[in-house]
Design a protein around this ligand. Structure first.
Ligand code: BTN
Length: 149
């Protein structure tokens, strides 16, 4: 018993230190994706509800691109282990479309935060006959924009 106590103490400290050093992925902040679009997530509340803004680099329309609001929900279960899943909707302010994104905020092997997403872009159709061509699908990868301080 006397010999096992120091062993257990070392094991406990090692596991504790590991737990403290595990880097988590936080959605809050400024992000850029592989298309050059910028996203800012300003607030994530205790229930995981979040909001922010999205500036897309591209559009399926001929409209002038404008900053658009986004609203989302982050999974808060303990199983997320600091790399949470989430979904958000961008309600485009310059078109009749809506995009829904779903994804996960990862920490890669270099300790860098990477947000992997998949999206559906629903465009407005004037005629039900055109519904078949209303939805585009794709993926985007976001990395954190470093602040220039
Ligand atoms: C529209 O064209 O009606 C609105 C802009 C859509 C931009 C899309 S959303 C998915 C993809 N990822 C981006 O960052 N921009 C495009």
């Amino acid at each position: 018993m006397l010999q096992t106590t120091p062993f257990l103490l070392v094991l406990f400290l090692a596991l504790g230190a590991h737990g403290l050093s595990v880097k988590k992925c936080s959605l809050t902040g400024r992000w850029v994706n592989d298309l050059g679009s910028n996203m800012t997530i300003t607030t994530v509340n205790a229930n995981g509800a979040f909001s922010g803004t999205y500036h897309t680099a591209v559009t399926a329309t001929s409209n002038e691109i404008k900053l658009s609001p986004l609203q989302g929900s982050l999974q808060k279960s303990p199983n997320q282990k600091g790399q949470p899943t989430f979904g958000f909707t961008v309600n485009w302010s310059f078109s009749d479309s809506v995009t829904v994104f779903t994804g996960q905020c990862f920490v890669d092997d270099n300790g860098k935060e990477v947000v992997k997403t998949m999206w559906l872009l629903r465009s407005h159709m004037d005629d039900i006959k055109n519904d078949w061509k209303a939805t585009r699908v794709g993926t985007n990868v976001f990395t954190r924009l470093q602040s220039q301080e």
